[in-house]
Design a protein around this ligand. Structure first.
Ligand code: GRF
Length: 221
């Protein structure tokens, strides 16, 4: 009997890679029917590369600095190299996990419906960078993370799953970020598992979960 097929993932990182490790764990324990075929980083010094290797995962570096010259950043060249690395391993889903680069509309279109991101805020609040510091400077009492499909507009693609965490009076960026990371490590594997099980579908940009249109992200309980 053939083993059931597992969804092939390319995971893109720029930093620590803790979400990548959480996804790898969920794959390894059979919690989700997926496997990471490659971890790709734009930073040769990303600590997540070492962590991926320790888990026996193939890693590739598409070093962004190589594509920088006096005439600026050769984004087309960088993205061509990225596409090659993704397609080489026949990835079915591209998982941005702390990948600190804005991707072109052409790149996003090529992987439409197969490109996910996790953002450390309750989108649509706090798009962009420094979300923890910005929420701490506000009157908000809650913060969190959102898994969403990627579309050309930054942090604006259809949301799939959100998890909320409280903001405590004693919080600083480090403590709040740690609390958000804890829920990220739950919701990212969960969403990938839904896709692997055929429960979550892109549906031409109007995603459905179990056949029901997701007008807003589901809330993790
Ligand atoms: C996470 O907070 C994620 O939401 C954001 O980048 C961070 C990546 O953390 N996109 P890690 O590298 O997975 O530890």
């Amino acid at each position: 009997m053939n083993a059931p097929s597992r969804l092939r993932l390319a995971v893109l990182i720029s930093g620590a890679g803790s979400n990548m490790v959480a996804i790898q764990r969920a794959c390894a324990t059979g919690q989700i029917a997926a496997e990471i075929c490659v971890v790709i980083s734009d930073q040769s010094a990303a600590p997540g590369l070492q962590r991926a290797s320790e888990h026996g995962i193939e890693t590739k570096v598409i070093d962004a600095t190589v594509f920088r010259s006096d005439s600026g950043f050769d984004r087309a060249g960088f993205e061509d190299a990225l596409e090659e690395a993704i397609d080489d391993c026949h990835a079915e889903l591209v998982v941005l996990a702390g990948f600190m680069r804005v991707l072109s509309a052409g790149f996003v279109a090529r992987y439409a419906g197969r490109l996910l991101n996790i953002h450390p805020s309750l989108l649509p609040r706090y798009k962009g960078l420094d979300t923890h510091a910005r929420v701490l400077a506000s009157d908000d009492r809650a913060h969190g993370a959102t898994v969403h499909y990627v579309t050309p507009e930054l942090d604006a693609g259809p949301g799939v799953l959100q998890a909320e965490v409280p903001i405590l009076p004693s919080d600083d960026v480090a403590s709040l970020s740690a609390r958000v990371h804890e829920v990220e490590h739950i919701i990212y594997p969960q969403v990938i598992g839904w896709i692997a099980a055929g429960r979550l579908r892109w549906n031409g940009g109007a995603p459905t979960l179990d056949g029901v249109r997701l007008d807003k992200p589901a809330q993790q309980q």
